[in-house]
Design a protein around this ligand. Sequence first.
Ligand SMILES: Cc1cc2nc3c(=O)[nH]c(=O)nc-3n(C[C@H](O)[C@H](O)[C@H](O)COP(=O)(O)OP(=O)(O)OC[C@H]3O[C@@H](n4cnc5c(N)ncnc54)[C@H](O)[C@@H]3O)c2cc1C
Ligand code: SF4
Length: 352
Amino acid sequence: MNRFDYIRPASVPEAVAAAAVPGSAYLAAGTNLVDLMKGGAARPERVIDITRLPGLDRIEWLADGGVRIGALVRNSDLAYDERLSRTFPSVAEALLSGASAQLRNAATVGGNLMQRTRCAYFHDLAGACNRRVPGSGCDALEGENRLHAVLGWSEHCIATHPSDFCVPLVALDAVVEVEGPHGGREIALDTLHMLPGSTPEQETALMPGELIVAIRLPAEAAAFSRNARYLKLRERTSYAFAVVSAATALEIEDGVIRAARIALGGVAAKPWRARDAEALLVDRTASPEAFAMAANLALAEARPSGDNAFKIELARRIVVRALSLALEGTPEFMPALPASPFSTITGANHVA
Ligand SMILES: Cc1cc2nc3c(=O)[nH]c(=O)nc-3n(C[C@H](O)[C@H](O)[C@H](O)COP(=O)(O)OP(=O)(O)OC[C@H]3O[C@@H](n4cnc5c(N)ncnc54)[C@H](O)[C@@H]3O)c2cc1C
Ligand code: SF4
């Protein structure tokens, strides 16, 4: 680990001013950043500890029915918030499918959005990696790439974004509130993470020094609460990143789909919203045939980036399955799932 200055600002403006100095990195719970620093893949000269910033650890319900989630809210606290898990159940389901209970208790939602790729060559200093060292090459192209991207990748980088939480957020039109050296602004979550193109080192739309202060889910997203699911396929039942995942949400009237949301995880360097597939479903009768057509359209542009063609078919199937589960309705209880946000125990809202 390199030597670095440790700075603990007392307010958001102080934090932003401190982070505007090149070589700075924000530290939230550190479950990702500290690992990267220990391995040498991240070498900030100044670490700006944001964990004591006031007011960023609140879940605020807005007058119109939307919700504003402070960037320092812990993953567990958000997932186990009863109103959140009832109003935006796929968000709670995604959060609780990630990492382990201990990590979720520590990790913040802002840090989850900003976590870095799990590509092994990004973490291995002996490997060539354009994302870590621009222009150095990409060892994943000819290396271990089973779990790499099938959508939106380039010959410069084929990594995926590892977050579960981001997938239903992007499906539900979440917005990120940011404060920076030039003031505050909002970024649609769908445009926060960047596809690699020829500059994979540019991972997000954040400008240097910009701090995520909150995530907002709009009131309209609550209309999906009765038919929303997050489904994650992984190589073991818990404590593993998604091979592929899908967040789906439906508004249904007399068997006809009035609105649909579909987003995929584990397939690209960003959570992947499938808008054409959503549009195809509108005003159709909810049926396995309609879901299969939507899944085909969602993956129409997918192509393997290596030894991962299987992910394309897997992603199609998970879209169909997640839509079918959403159609069945958001379950009141899901005790069979590890870390379900729902529970059969009166007064408790989890079974993990
Ligand atoms: C073993 C393991 C398994 C995991 N499995 C999963 C999984 O299955 N699914 C999943 O989704 N995640 C998983 N994670 C990732 C975990 O959820 C993230 O590490 C965590 O959410 C990061 O939050 P943090 O507060 O610790 O962020 P930190 O580690 O403190 O920061 C992470 C990054 O975000 C930046 N950052 C933090 N907060 C802000 C902010 N407010 N504004 C701007 N930048 C900011 C930091 O500078 C840093 O670059 C796993 C992690 C581990 C270690
Ligand atoms: S896929 Fe991206 S992160 Fe992985 S080695 Fe290539 S450039 Fe680096």
